[in-house]
Write a protein that binds this ligand. Sequence first.
Ligand SMILES: *Cc1c(COP(=O)(O)O)cnc(C)c1O
Length: 230
Amino acid sequence: MLRENLQEVEERIQEACRRAGRDRSEVTLVAVSKTKPVAILQEAYDLGVRVFGENKVQEIREKYEALPKDIEWHMIGHLQTNKVKYIVDKVRLIHSVDSLRLAEVIEKEAEKHNRIVDILLEVNVAEEESKFGLKMPEVIPMAEKVVQLPHIRLRGLMTIAPFVENPEKNRAIFANLHDLYVDIKEKNIDNGTVSILSMGMTNDYEVAVEEGATMVRVGTGIFGARDYSI
Ligand SMILES: *Cc1c(COP(=O)(O)O)cnc(C)c1O
């Protein structure tokens, strides 16, 4: 099951790249393993997966201890400032920075560990009440502040698009975020470190790739439905 799912996601990414005239190597697949047990992650690891996305600090800590050390852990969920210290030395990329206060806490903890932490700014493009993230007009002013923190490296932008039946409905959202991403690169706010645009989930990752995503976060499409009752 896992093998077939991974194969199918891989093929769909390849086809979306082909349609968009992009090279497959431009897109990183993040396997979103939240709620899944360590044994399933090990199985994915044995099939070659090295990049895992998780949304809970406690889960990252436990899985980090239990699994091989060459895994890249990505924090994709909302991060509380008081929990930054538990993961700052374990994660390769934090996708969900949505306030200057959070960036400053990451800076402080990163300095303690003598480490530079890669981050993305999370953008609530559709301005949904239920979601975290900066509004589009807040992104460039925030980027200008974040790049001044010496232990943080701004790598790009992330969004969680609305849940829609028809993924075409999210195309404009992905295109808008891509425009902003290009704008940040062209303004050279970042001194050239911005190269990641994290957008697209199981339901809409192909459209996201067509609109320029360099990172897609796929959970259900790889691991099947999540059971939150256990
Ligand atoms: C759960 C989650 C995903 C994966 O969602 P699927 O629809 O299962 O692919 C991607 N990104 C974030 C931020 C998530 O929380």
